[in-house]
Structures are given as C-alpha cells and as structure tokens.
Design a binder for this molecule. Structure first.
Ligand SMILES: *Cc1c(COP(=O)(O)O)cnc(C)c1O
Length: 429
C-alpha cells in the first residue's frame, strides 16, 4: 500500500490514524491496514467521477451535463498541445478567442452576434454592467427569483452596478406597469425565465415580444435571461413549455443569456447572443476579460454546437438530449438487463417510476421510466446508499420505500460494468 506513495502523505496518514485512535480511544486491530486505508483516502482526488443513477438528468451537484464524445475528444486535443486559441493561422499573428464559438452560436440561434463567458450568471452581470451601470433596470416583481447556489437576481443586479426598479406585483405584471416605470433613468428592461418553478392561479405576465416592443418604443434595450439554453425541439418527446433560444431571439430581444451546461448539453459556459452593437459593447467591457472562457470550454462548446447542424445527430450524440428523449420501452429493457445482472443478494426487481429533468428546467415535468429496485438487506437503504456513494467508482442512487433504486435513464452504456462492479464490492453475502 505505501509503496510509491509520497512520503509526506504516508506521514500524514500515520499521524491521522494515531490521532483518530487517540480521539476515539479505540485502537485499530491492524495498524498497517488502518494506515493504508487512510492513505488511500488521501490519494483519492477530491473531484472524481460519479455514476449518476438518480435519474435526474441535469444534476447540478453532480456537474450538470455529461459531454458528447466529440466534445471530450476536442478538449483532449487542445489539452495535449498548443492550439489556435488566440492565433490567426493565415497571418501568423495574434487572433482572438471570441472567434471560436461566437459565429456558430449566432448562426444556430438566428442572432446577429454572440459571446461566450464562464457561466450564465457571469453573462448577465456582464450585459447589465455594459448597458445599465448607474441606470435603472425594470424587472417584474414576479421574476426577482433565486436560481440556487446564492444566485439571486436582485443581488446580481446590484453587483453589476445597475439599479433595480421593480414593476408589477408578485403574481401579476402588465405592460402598463413597464410603460409607467420607463423614464430617462431607464437603462434596460429585463425578463428572467422562471426556470425552476411555475406560478399557477391568478397570474399574468405579458409575452416577452410585447415587453420588447414597449422597451424599444422607449429606445431602451430588452434583455432576456432564458436560463437553460434549449436549442433542440423536444416537443415530439412531450417536453414543451421551455422556451428555445431561437424563440428568445425571435422576441426581438437585444441580448439573450443562457447556460452552456443545461439543456444545451455542453460544458459550463455563459452564452450571450443578440444584436451586434450590444454584443460588441459587452465584448469591450472589462468584465468580458475577467470572465473569459478557457480553451477547454471553447473546444467542448464548439464541438457540442456543431452537432446541432443535424437535429437527429444532436439528439443521439448529446447525452442530455439522448437521456431526455429515451423511450419508455428502451428504459424498460435497460432496467431488465441491469436487474438480471445485479448480484443475486440484492433481489433486484424492476418497477415503474419517474425521472426528473433537473437543473431548473421543465420544473413540472416528470418523465416515465423503469427503475431497478434493490433490497438493502439488514443494513437498510440509507447504509447501502452510503456505501455506494463512498465506493469506487462512486454511485449516487435514490431511496424509495426502504429500497435503493437505480434509474437507467442517467446511467450511460460505458458505466454499466463499473456500476455492477460497485454493487458487487459493497454487497453483503
Ligand atoms: C441556471 C440559470 C442561470 C445561471 O446559469 P449558470 O450557467 O449556472 O450561471 C441564470 N438564469 C436562469 C434563469 C437560470 O435558469
């Protein structure tokens, strides 16, 4: 065990084992093994793969979108050597990294221009700062939302240097509310897609197209935070209600902001598309430099976007889209196969259930699936789920009715063998 391990880590493992024994008052039966286990823990990377058996496709805590094969290959090829990141091959002179995804994003979304930064939260700060620093931004009270992970629209607005000007009420906002609030102090009108919840009952919000018209009549830009970056048409798979980026562009919005790693299915990135004049102002803003995307992001995003030239190819090869559009029959077959291969001690059964989209997209949609349900035995479901999480590879599963359940929707083909090995290694005979 300690052979080849860095000396400093071995020393830490010995110290920690001694300290743990002292603190607990329990001496290990086998010191070498206890130290070896601690050393294994110290050698394990902190950021490591997890097999997502939860069925939550865009699981924010598990890193949102797994990448398409071509995106992974493209990242690898720019990682292994030098690249054209900021180099113009024709002239042999300095180029600019904004050429890599911008034109492709613009083409795919129908926008005039596009810019990529680190994440959508950053893109929103950037556009607000570039257009509205010191000026008022009108936003409906019903859209002063929290996305999660300390992302709150009022805080983002304040940090960007813009002044929040609420209009309407929590449940109802009318075009006249915007009209009355417009003044010479207004910098822009902002609409934020309610990604992670729905409002029902006595509610009304004007269509974004009408808000855009009101903003433009007053001579100010309309900014649309779309959130999830849906490019594909998923209505044939009963996934509707989430606006596509093209719909956002068609509203006449001057700037549209969305994530790269939600429904788009690419790497973490913030995409900003819209009018050329607006995108240019954002590009020239110092925040654009502070938030610039790195070469791996740009490589993976360009490869992912290229798949969208062919809808069917995108749906097949982008894991998020393949998972969301998997047919109930396919999921049932995969569950049966997995169940048959599970170690017998789990008394695996297949049961019908639901998966979730996650990532704040399609909050009201649950997708029918077939689950593999495992008998945890005497130790109980919590203990089995914990053992699976801390195993190698780690497996994240759900618990339902005292059993541990695995959803084949988010388990990729190459993960099945390691998953079965993980189940084998934590089973009790
Ligand atoms: C997810 C989301 C964001 C933040 O996107 P990140 O890429 O995680 O920064 C912003 N706005 C909306 C509406 C969202 O749904």
């Amino acid at each position: 065990m300690a052979t080849g391990a860095p000396r400093a880590l071995v020393v830490s493992a010995v110290r920690e084992t001694l300290a743990a024994a002292r603190a607990s008052g329990v001496l290990p039966e086998n010191w070498a093994r206890a130290i070896g286990e601690r050393l294994d823990g110290l050698l394990l990377p902190s950021l490591r793969p997890v097999i997502n058996a939860t069925g939550i496709v865009l699981h924010t805590n598990l890193g949102r979108a797994p990448l398409a094969r071509v995106a992974i290959d493209r990242m690898r090829s720019v990682a292994e050597g030098y690249s054209t990141l900021e180099y113009d091959l024709a002239s042999g002179k300095r180029g600019h990294r904004t050429v890599h995804c911008g034109p492709l994003l613009a083409q795919l979304t129908g926008a005039e221009a596009a810019l990529v930064v680190n994440n959508a939260a950053g893109a929103l700060v950037l556009v607000l700062n570039a257009l509205c620093a010191g000026k008022e931004v009108l936003i409906s009270r019903g859209e002063l939302i929290e996305i999660g992970g300390a992302f709150r629209i009022p805080d983002i607005l304040e940090k960007s240097g813009a002044i929040l000007r609420e209009v309407g009420t929590t449940n109802r906002t009318h075009l006249d509310d915007y009209r009355k609030a417009l003044s010479e102090r207004t910098g822009a009108v902002l609409t934020v897609h309610r990604s992670n919840f729905e409002q029902r009952g006595f509610v009304t919000t004007p269509p974004p197209t009408d808000i855009a018209t009101v903003a433009h009549d007053h001579g100010v830009p309309f900014i649309y935070d779309l959130g999830s970056g849906l490019l594909a048409d998923l209505t044939p798979w009963n996934l509707s209600g989430e606006p596509r980026v093209g719909d956002g562009v068609a509203t006449g919005a001057d700037a549209i902001v969305f994530s790269g790693d939600k429904l788009l299915g690419g790497p973490q990135a913030g995409c900003l598309v819209g009018m050329d004049s607006i995108v240019s102002r954002c590009r020239a803003n110092p925040f654009a430099r502070a938030m610039r995307a790195d070469k791996f992001t740009l490589a993976a995003l360009e490869a992912t976007l290229s798949l969208y030239h062919d809808d069917e190819q995108a749906r097949r090869e982008i894991p998020v889209l393949a998972m969301l559009t998997a047919s109930p029959e396919d999921l049932c077959n995969r569950a049966r196969v997995l169940s048959d291969r599970c170690p017998k001690t789990y008394h695996a059964q297949t049961v019908s259930g639901v998966s979730a989209v996650g990532g704040g997209a399609f909050p009201d949609t649950s997708l029918p699936t077939t689950l593999v349900s495992l008998d945890p035995g005497a130790r109980g479901a919590d203990a089995l789920a914990e053992a699976l999480r801390s195993g190698n590879p780690s497996v994240a599963a759900r618990i339902a009715d005292g059993r541990v359940v695995l959803d084949p929707r988010t388990i990729q083909a190459h993960e099945e063998a390691p998953l079965l090995a993980a189940l084998e290694s934590v089973k009790v005979s």
